[in-house]
Design a binder for this molecule. Structure first.
Ligand SMILES: Nc1ncnc2c1ncn2[C@@H]1O[C@H](COP(=O)(O)OP(=O)(O)OP(=O)(O)O)[C@@H](O)[C@H]1O
Ligand SMILES: [Mg+2]
Length: 390
């Protein structure tokens, strides 16, 4: 007969994919009951009733329990953590978290970072997002480079202000099939944004919390260069995010990129892989020029023990279309850089850990009350005003 202690030990292998810790360590196992004939009942406490990863717990708990000798059947029940338990959990995790439900409909978050500037993070973010969209995924891009935002230009978006929904959420602008949010939509063209510290933290929180991202398969976050405030804040707010590290091929760039990797490790963000950008330039006659050297991405990937997701060559059309506001992958899919990026997108899809759980549909009966009238435009302001967007 299996003991409760053995079952608890087995459940330590069930990881909450958002908090990235075991459900035992997180005190989420509410009860374990061993019944007749090896039937085991486990109740797991969730942080929110509509938790989209419920299905994950259902499967993982059942698998863990049924691996034990003597276990014949496992029933998994759910309840919700009390406010006091949630507060205790938050304290245990020691992090300022986003409110519940924020980004609950976003299956995968990928932060695109590098140790130094100008290696092509924004160009790759814009194109990778478009390539994922072309593969049939629902994709959003958050331009978290508040000081040097470039995503609006790369998507041909001016400084149009995004609309605000009746629920007072900011609606991302759509461009090339991708939902886009950037500080560039809220400030005068080329105006300097000088936020630091708490102000910056608040603005980034608002980008995640008060933007109606809706259901997304991927949210790509374009980070500013380096390992500074923005990256640390996002890492803290998004423990479930993964990191893509962009490097150029020369060994010195790779040393700098290693610092970004160290930062990701320090804040326990998983590194999904390395992308080597600005690899050899090939002339139409077939001559190759390794302008930035060769092999840096491969070496970094080996050192970090993560996959090298792709090597994107230097091509003129990639730069031209980025400047022209249209992703190369959609404009010239046969270009070698576009092909490399499409390949990376397929690699990213192949390793996606979390399919978005299907949320139950709410039936609206014919006699239901009509929806409340939308608020007047004056009322339609986003909640928690820290961005200059009113
Ligand atoms: N593979 C490539 N081939 C040709 N041009 C490229 C390539 N990758 C990036 N570029 C160009 O290099 C310049 C810098 O790229 P980008 O702005 O994407 O870098 P970044 O890492 O986001 O920079 P920052 O650190 O300033 O945010 C841009 O003009 C872009 O069009
Ligand atoms: Mg950039």
């Amino acid at each position: 007969m299996t003991s409760t202690e053995e079952i608890r030990k087995a459940l330590a292998t069930v990881i909450d994919p958002e908090l990235r810790r075991s459900i035992v360590e997180l005190d989420m196992v509410r009860s374990i009951e061993v019944g007749d004939n090896g039937v085991i009942d486990v109740t797991v406490s969730l942080t929110t009733p509509g938790c989209p990863i419920r299905g994950h717990f259902q499967r993982a708990v059942t698998d863990a329990v049924l691996r034990l000798d003597g276990a014949s059947h496992c029933n998994v029940y759910f309840d919700v953590l009390s406010d006091a338990q949630k507060a205790a959990l938050q304290q245990k995790l020691g992090r300022a978290s986003l409110p519940e439900g924020t980004l609950a409909q976003v299956a995968n978050i990928l932060c695109v970072g590098s140790g130094k500037g100008g290696v092509g993070k924004s160009t790759l973010t814009a194109n990778l997002a478009a390539a994922l969209m072309a593969e049939g995924k629902r994709v959003g891009v958050l331009d978290a480079d508040v000081w040097g935002y470039s995503i609006p230009r790369m998507y041909g978006l001016g400084s149009t202000r995004p609309p605000v929904s009746p629920e007072r959420k900011i609606i991302p602008l759509g461009a090339h099939g991708v939902s886009v949010m950037s500080i560039g939509f809220f400030v005068e063209e080329d105006a300097a944004v000088v936020w630091r510290g708490p102000m910056l933290h608040k603005a980034l929180t608002q980008f995640l919390q008060d933007v109606d991202w809706g259901e997304l398969d991927y949210l790509l976050i374009d980070l500013p260069p380096g390992t500074g405030d923005v990256s640390m804040t996002l890492a803290q707010l998004l423990p479930q995010a993964q990191f893509l590290i962009v490097t150029t091929p020369q060994p010195t760039a790779q040393k700098v990129a290693r610092r970004a990797a160290q930062m990701a490790h320090k804040v326990s963000l998983e590194i999904a892989g390395v992308i080597e950008n600005m690899c050899a330039f090939q002339t139409p006659s077939g001559e190759r020029f390794a302008i930035f050297g060769e092999g840096g991405g491969e070496e970094l990937a080996r050192e970090l023990d993560v996959p090298l997701l792709g090597r994107v060559p230097l091509t003129m059309p990639l730069r031209e279309h980025a400047d022209g506001g249209r992703p190369l992958v959609l404009e010239e899919p046969e270009d070698p850089a576009a092909q490399a990026i499409a390949h990376i997108a397929r690699g990213v899809i192949a390793m996606a850990p979390l399919p978005l759980a299907t949320l139950p549909l709410v039936e609206v009966s014919a006699g239901a009350a009509p929806p409340a009238a939308p608020p007047s435009p004056a009322e339609r302001k986003p909640a928690g005003m820290s961005l200059p967007m009113a």
